[in-house]
Design a protein around this ligand. Structure first.
Ligand SMILES: NC(=O)c1ccc[n+]([C@@H]2O[C@H](COP(=O)([O-])OP(=O)(O)OC[C@H]3O[C@@H](n4cnc5c(N)ncnc54)[C@H](OP(=O)(O)O)[C@@H]3O)[C@@H](O)[C@H]2O)c1
Length: 285
């Protein structure tokens, strides 16, 4: 029998926008009660929470908290458990990057490397530590899902720090899966390029094997599927192609209009020659 998601209590970090919001809707559609963590945009989180309650009749909770901060992470887990009456599933979905050239070793400061590590790696470890006892006291244990990226499994992505920390996050998930069973299942989803906030897309799909652009909703489906599968831990599922391989085929460069966080809009610029791309390349995954 699969692990039913009905009446499970699910915390999604970065759950108010983008992929996190798509995941929140998928779990709510299964009858899960949802806690949405966010950083600063309270109005967006409230709207998301209201939408879930109205559309799916589930209980919801919003919890502000910075995933780079240890005490915020503890508060988010504690307030979710109080508000929803327990905690069964965590989707660790928040990440940080700044779009920059891999070739320029000074592109990111030491502080930015450390910030990237704190959110993309340490944040997940801290979430697991905060939830471990709760998961282990549940009759059906707990589920931990990590949003990685194809950038963590190839030399690609928005910055070298992002690629390196997503790779580290994947390794952390394997370590946790190996050591935190039998009551806790730990798996990773590696999205390729997702069309969360695109301004302009041209010819993208031509380079993909399926001749289509990966849909955020299809990626979100995978979290539900993995959570339901009681026989799976320590696994990594890729959705869509790596942006690196896609870009190298169609010759495009992707830049965020404001490169300081993952939530800003993207701009797609065509380049006729790949050597131009390698000089200016900023990838979206
Ligand atoms: N988009 C892609 O192409 C792509 C590809 C591969 C992997 N991914 C991965 O998918 C995940 C989601 O990406 P996305 O593009 O959907 O992101 P997004 O749209 O930028 O998601 C933003 C969400 O994260 C929250 N957030 C930002 N910084 C936070 C922090 N320090 N602490 C807590 N919450 C924070 C935001 O809250 P506020 O709005 O309140 O700030 C919002 O809820 C990331 O792990 C990313 O690496 C994305």
């Amino acid at each position: 029998m699969s692990y039913s998601l009905k009446d499970r209590k699910v915390l999604i970090t970065g759950g108010s926008k983008g992929l996190g919001w798509a995941i929140a809707q998928k779990f709510a559609a299964q009858g899960s009660h949802i806690a949405i963590n966010y950083a600063s945009d309270t109005e967006k989180a409230r709207t998301a929470s209201d939408t879930l309650r109205q559309q799916y009749g589930v209980r919801t909770h919003i919890c502000q908290g910075d995933m780079s901060d240890a005490s915020d992470i503890q508060n988010v887990v504690a307030s979710t458990t109080d508000a929803l009456g327990g905690l069964d599933v965590i989707v660790s979905n928040t990440a940080w990057t700044r779009f920059s050239s891999f070739a320029d070793l000074d592109a990111l400061s030491d502080e930015e490397w450390e910030k990237c590590y704190r959110i993309n790696v340490l944040g997940s470890l801290r979430l697991m530590k905060a939830a471990k006892k709760i998961f282990e006291s549940n009759p059906d244990g707990g589920v931990f899902l990590y949003t990685a990226s194809t950038a963590g499994a190839s030399i690609s992505g928005s910055s070298m720090a992002y690629s390196v920390t997503k790779a580290a996050g994947l390794q952390l998930m394997k370590c946790l899966a190996q050591t935190q069973g039998p009551y806790i299942r730990v798996n990773s989803v590696l999205p390729g390029l997702l069309l969360t906030d695109w301004e302009f897309i041209r010819d993208w799909e031509k380079a993909t094997p399926l001749k289509s652009i990966p849909e955020v909703s299809h990626c979100a489906d995978m979290y539900v599927s993995i959570a339901q599968n009681k026989s799976m831990t320590g696994q990594q599922i890729e959705i869509g192609m790596s942006a690196q391989s896609t870009l190298s085929k169609i010759g495009v460069s992707v830049l965020r209009a404001n490169s300081h966080d993952l939530g800003n809009r993207l701009r797609l610029v065509t380049h006729p020659l790949m050597n131009k791309i390698s000089n200016s390349q900023h990838l979206g995954d």
